[in-house]
Design a protein around this ligand. Sequence first.
Ligand code: BGP
Length: 479
Amino acid sequence: MTTLRKDFLWGGAVAANQIEGAWDADGKGPSVADMCTAGNADTPKRVTTVIEPGVRYPSHEAVDFYHHYEEDIALLAEMGFKVFRTSINWTRIFPTGMETVPNEAGLAFYDRVFDCLNRHGIEPLITLSHYEMPYALVESYNGWESRAVIDHFMRYVKTVFDRYQGKVKYWLTFNEINAGTMPMGAVLSTGTIRGYTGPVTAVPDDPGSRYQALHHMFLASAEAVSLAHAHYPDYRVGNMICFVPAYPMTCDPADILAAEEQMREFNWYAADVQVRGEYPAFAEKLLRDKGVVLRTEPEDAEILKSGTVDFFTFSYYMSTCVSAKADDKTAAGNLIRGEKNPYLSASDWGWQIDPMGLKYSLDAITDRYRIPVMVVENGLGARDVVEADGSIRDEARIAYLRAHIEAIKDAAADGADILGYTPWGCIDLVSASTGEMAKRYGFIYVNKQDDGSGDMSRSKKASFDWYKKVIASNGEDLD
Ligand code: BGP
């Protein structure tokens, strides 16, 4: 017997900078993502201060959703999608982030995309900022470190909230906002990288600027929620956390505490602010231990308190293990590394596969907050093989998704109010961590390769028909 809601939102997720391409079309300005070169599992991608000639920047063309969106959305509709998560590329609307008048061509593009989704009966779920802040704001302000960026962001939010009334109902503020608690988040999320050229994994770490930036992002997120609640009664606004369960490596109490500490810093610090509207009790010591003193204003507490989210969303790819002693950190992950878990297998990129960890996460979030929750990213990044007859038998991806859907059903049976599930990269796209095309997640294959070759044609993988069946049966038929 299924335990999922009848109106469960089945769909998939992408981000503008990883799928659209057309990076400088129709007045669009460069975002941080557009300044990142290609990399791979062994060589990290680099962020540059200027576009270097002869170097490949994968977001510039991506998989050209900008010109293929009609065909792509028709395929999503064929699978029975109820919801499609994408982001608005802030620099299509405000090319430097600092203009006072929006770029009409950018706004018109998203009108076309949202109209197309609505024609197919697919609900857009829109992330306001998915690792694509205007690069000019990095140059002018060191990204979110400056409080001035909040006003620029809010001008953008007001513009898109006004424009897409009646077309969009579900919004998320910042993708994986807790990225800012990790050094990698400086490039992807907080934009605190003024003047830096080099590997994204080697940015000189400055917790002071990252946590200050994060504070400004919390305020901006809360202001966006408050704006929606005050003026757009139909809108529902959620947060978005990169949720990575931290398991103690052993039952040594020191490991239990070390894991708890990581759960607090990585998962709960940001989530508590967005859901409860205040910093958790442990925040003061956490910041003190890092030597961080936040610059705040007297009104901040009230801003955070009045802008709490309507629902909780998160990405889930892996769990990790924490040890108080050993510190080999050999298990990879999107934002955080950990110890290897001997009970789990891993993807080709070393991300540990743990469906039970998804149930653990859903239960933990529900126990802590008891608000509706949605899994807005999950999936297996893998190398796909195109057979001689053109077919792609991505059985490993199907097995991965099947096990994770089972976990969602188990958590729903436990009482979690789960709104929907949008597996990541439903159409193949550029990897956020490595900039590769080879790391594919999609139900829909895109013929675009890492050397830039490929005719961009779309084809269905075996998982396409499988997921169609899953959706049609509301998660009953997972065979
Ligand atoms: C998340 C990001 C996504 C996405 C995903 C998969 O952290 O929100 O943008 O890319 O991870 O990661 P990757 O593309 O590195 O495989």
